[in-house]
Design a protein around this ligand. Structure first.
Ligand SMILES: [Zn+2]
Length: 533
């Protein structure tokens, strides 16, 4: 049912197959009112004009209006692609006008022809105590367990709700139990809307990753209720394959104009920073003059274009291997997004599992947070498991210099000189100490992503020292008899003064400091001549 083609961080480019058509992932799922006239955008246009694959609508509203009549969801909404329905639990909690039971919720969603349906869960509110949340999770688990005995239609894909909110042990328990229910071919994480409204993206990341660690990776994960497009990359990177939002329409109700990163009041705009079919045909002043309903329609159409554009941006960046850069740039938009991004980096081990070991593009290091990229962790893991060829001597060439921005050329020159010194290769392990990646054996300096990297920013002294510290500790692991350290050694020496880093290597280490740049490469060759003897 779920085919995955490419992945980066925990984002997955793939296709969810349903009887009503394919859904590309990651996918933005617009919330639609089941009564056509209540929508600002004609639902017929969702596929043809907005390229939307999946919509979601409220089974609560449907049940309240149509519980006695035979209705078909696709005919009613005019949408012929796949439709997801929620269980109605949330609205029932707020309005409580109709009686929902686990049985009638399943029966109703099957009857109306829902393609993705959710059994009756109990969402958790931010004011719930731990005891109340625990009760709600246990009740949701019991109801989930009964789903296989209640379903009749094979056409509906059942989505297992995960509850627990900010109580991560409850999220974990909820995910463990939902994972055991065979008929769930997709999962949906709930109880996060209030957190998002409060900009608690760090807690949101904890919740998603807690569930993600447990849920079957072959099945897609939905997030109930995302918000502004600026947070889409964050939730995709955390592992959400689809997520719904009504923000495109809600914002339009208040004359709010979305851009990828920000929201503007329509009255504050002199021109539209967008070229969608709406914005290229009208200016803000004329739009303001339009009758209210007409204005909202156009604004919500623009907002939907922005959401769809961002999701396509994400899919392209996963495909091209630049998803981290997109995520990093979006995280600079708002402090709470930054906190979410920082929290995500605590799950590096998990992120690196899914990150491709080769990509179409080299890595562009643009800031120090790139030191936390999964590719660097993957490299360090490989290095830790490296078996040396038992050469007793080590040649350590440091290129830790602020001026070095592209390593490709430097590695190439070093390799050329090394190749001219066959005795060197016979006697020495030859490792480079490089910015970002730290230690790298010269034999693999042509391997992705080590060679293709481009650096934009100088690394701080603190981070540079961390690279040296890690490198030397790794060197100590292999007990070389003799070590030659050459090139950019200024930071090595200042670190040595601070913490005696090299003290237990002192008897065997010889240093040759010089600046690594084009004028000095001859010096490298001269040193090779001396030490290879
Ligand atoms: Zn626009």
């Amino acid at each position: 049912m779920f085919e995955i083609f490419e992945s980066d961080l925990l984002g997955r480019n793939g296709i969810i197959h349903s009887t009503k058509g394919k859904i590309r992932t990651p996918s933005f799922v617009p919330v639609v009112h089941p009564e056509v006239s209540k929508n600002l955008i004609n639902v017929v246009d969702f596929q043809s004009k907005f390229d939307v694959d999946l919509i979601i609508t409220s089974s609560y509203i449907l049940k309240r209006r149509f519980s006695d009549s035979e209705i078909n969801l696709h005919d009613l909404t005019n949408f012929q692609g796949p439709i997801m329905t929620d269980s109605g639990a949330y609205q029932s909690l707020v309005y409580g006008e109709i009686d929902l039971t686990p049985e009638n919720v399943i029966e109703f969603q099957e009857m109306i022809g829902s393609d993705f349906a959710v059994p009756l869960d109990i969402p958790i509110s931010k004011t719930d105590s731990y005891e109340i949340a625990k009760y709600k999770v246990q009740e949701t688990i019991l109801r989930n367990q009964k789903v296989p005995s209640l379903i009749k239609s094979q056409k509906t894909i059942w989505v297992g709700p995960i509850q627990g909110g900010r109580f991560l042990d409850l999220v974990k328990k909820s995910a463990i139990e939902a994972n055991k229910v065979d008929c769930f071919n997709m999962f949906a994480i709930g109880s996060v809307v209030e957190l998002m409204n409060d900009y608690n993206y760090d807690i949101l990341i904890d919740i998603i990753l807690t569930a993600k660690q447990i849920l079957n990776p072959a099945k897609p994960i939905h997030l109930f209720g995302a918000g502004h497009p600026s947070m889409f990359p964050l939730i995709v990177a955390a592992g959400c394959d689809t997520f719904d939002s009504a923000a495109y329409a809600l914002y339009a109700q208040d004359d709010r104009y979305m851009t990828t990163n920000y929201t503007y009041q329509l009255a504050d705009l002199n021109e539209f920073p967008c070229n969608c079919p709406i914005c290229s045909n009208i200016n803000p002043k004329d739009l303001l003059k339009l009758e209210k309903f007409e204005r909202k329609k156009l604004l919500s159409a623009h907002n939907l274009y922005v959401c769809q554009t961002e999701i396509k941006h994400i899919r392209s960046s996963i495909s091209s291997g630049t998803f981290w850069n997109l995520l990093e740039s979006r995280s600079r938009v708002h402090p709470s997004l930054r906190r979410g991004f920082d929290r995500l980096q605590k799950y590096l081990r998990q992120l690196s599992k899914n990150t491709a070991s080769t990509k179409k593009k080299g890595i562009l290091f643009t800031s120090e947070s790139d030191l936390n990229r999964p590719e660097i962790l993957l490299h360090k893991n490989r290095l830790n498991n490296l078996s040396t060829k038992k050469r007793k001597k080590l040649l350590l060439i440091s290129i830790l210099n602020d001026e070095i921005k592209e390593t490709y050329q430097i590695y190439k020159i070093i390799r050329n000189y090394v190749n001219k010194h066959p005795n060197l290769i016979k006697k020495f392990e030859i490792w480079i100490v490089a910015p970002y990646f730290g230690l790298l054996p010269i034999e693999i300096s042509e391997v992705y992503p080590l060679t293709q990297s481009v650096l934009a920013e100088d690394i701080s002294k603190e981070k540079m020292q961390a690279i040296i510290y890690d490198s030397i500790n790794l060197v100590k692991k292999w007990s070389f008899q003799e070590i030659f350290l050459l090139g950019e050694i200024k930071e090595f020496i200042s670190l040595e003064k601070e913490i005696n880093l090299l003290s237990d290597l002192k008897t065997k280490i010889k240093t040759f400091g010089f600046s690594i740049n084009e004028d000095n490469f001859e010096q490298l060759s001269a040193i090779f001549d001396i030490i290879q003897v």
